[in-house]
Ligand binder design. Sequence first.
Ligand code: HEC
Ligand code: HEC
Ligand code: HEC
Ligand code: HEC
Ligand code: HEC
Length: 243
Amino acid sequence: MRPLFPKRHHAILVPLLAIALWVGWGFGSHSVRAGGPALRVATSVCEAHELRALKTEDPDLAVEIPPEFDIPWPTREACLSHSAAEDPATPGPVQPIQFSHKHHAGLYEIDCQYCHSGVDRSPVAGLPSVELCMGCHAQFPSSYDEFEGIRTLKQHWERREPIEWIQIHRLPEYVQFPHLAHVLAGFDCVQCHGVVKEMDKIYLVPDTQWWPWQLPTKKLEMGWCVDCHRKNDATQDCYACHY
Ligand code: HEC
Ligand code: HEC
Ligand code: HEC
Ligand code: HEC
Ligand code: HEC
């Protein structure tokens, strides 16, 4: 019986290998026969990054990178984040600027409080001003203007217009939520907002739990607040949260 095994394997493997080689070869030589593989020319720094990455996978690829795009800035990570931030297929609204938390707060480790400075000082966390963005971006080389997001940012700066970010976490008017009290009580942003450092686009992270009376609670509903208050011995007084 034993010697039969390798033979059987060969009987299957050899034709498979032949097919694989033929298919692989066929693909490779097809494009050559049709007047050689099409030369792909980069038309931006981001495209240059992609073509370089493709070429490491397939060394036969014919690639041309004009000198003005053969520069390291913007980085490939910034290019990837910019396109991920404008992807309508991922959760969360598409914002007026393709701004990525994964890139700013994650990769570059810019502190949350640097941009949301109200979080431990006032009832609202607040969003950064255009001026704060420009504090960094005014110093960046002009090659960054290939990003639609950076062009939009600069337009707002020139016109002295604020950016109309789409709000994601919003409680009704009759509820009061003091960030300050929660941050001082030692809760991390992650607890209520999810792992923002990994998000190219921000969304409301679902948090469905069953609290004592077997009612489902979703994030930003009253049950979500009260559930955590109950567990942490915090106030359940109606007028603490309602004016
Ligand atoms: C460089 C500035 C910057 C840094 C650093 C930053 N953010 Fe933001 N954040 C923004 C901007 C701009 C928006 C609005 C656009 C958006 O939603 O992406 C925002 C939006 C948010 C929102 C949603 C606001 C809403 O409408 O509900 C949350 C939550 C948030 N940030 C949390 C964080 C956390 C947590 C960190 C740190 C891990 C952080 N941010 C770091 C600039 C920043
Ligand atoms: C206990 C839960 C909780 C924690 C912890 C928390 N947040 Fe929030 N955050 C909320 C809620 C709820 C809202 C909506 C507030 C509203 O609509 O009045 C919000 C809103 C926001 C907003 C939108 C702008 C604003 O001021 O309303 C930003 C930005 C934000 N949070 C950032 C942060 C950052 C950064 C941290 C960590 C330093 C943090 N949050 C910690 C629950 C939390
Ligand atoms: C502390 C400095 C700093 C601040 C403040 C800052 N950025 Fe950036 N931003 C960067 C860096 C660094 C990069 C990425 C550079 C690279 O990798 O090529 C970047 C990249 C970007 C990009 C490309 C896509 C992405 O997210 O990676 C956009 C768009 C952008 N920033 C918009 C903004 C906006 C809007 C603000 C204000 C809300 C802002 N930035 C605030 C440093 C900053
Ligand atoms: C992750 C747990 C948690 C969640 C979720 C939470 N809270 Fe709290 N909250 C607390 C704790 C703990 C305190 C007590 C802080 C202290 O005593 O210093 C508190 C305090 C408060 C206070 C009193 C602040 C003061 O000045 O005494 C209000 C008002 C409040 N929370 C509103 C809300 C609302 C509204 C929500 C839902 C949108 C919410 N909280 C969600 C844990 C939470
Ligand atoms: C820890 C904070 C907190 C406490 C304590 C609290 N609420 Fe609320 N309440 C909320 C939030 C947040 C909402 C908004 C829920 C939403 O939009 O789904 C809300 C909504 C409501 C609504 C409107 C519901 C609707 O569907 O329109 C009523 C009525 C209400 N609360 C009554 C009370 C009463 C009565 C008490 C005291 C027994 C109380 N609340 C205590 C946070 C709280």
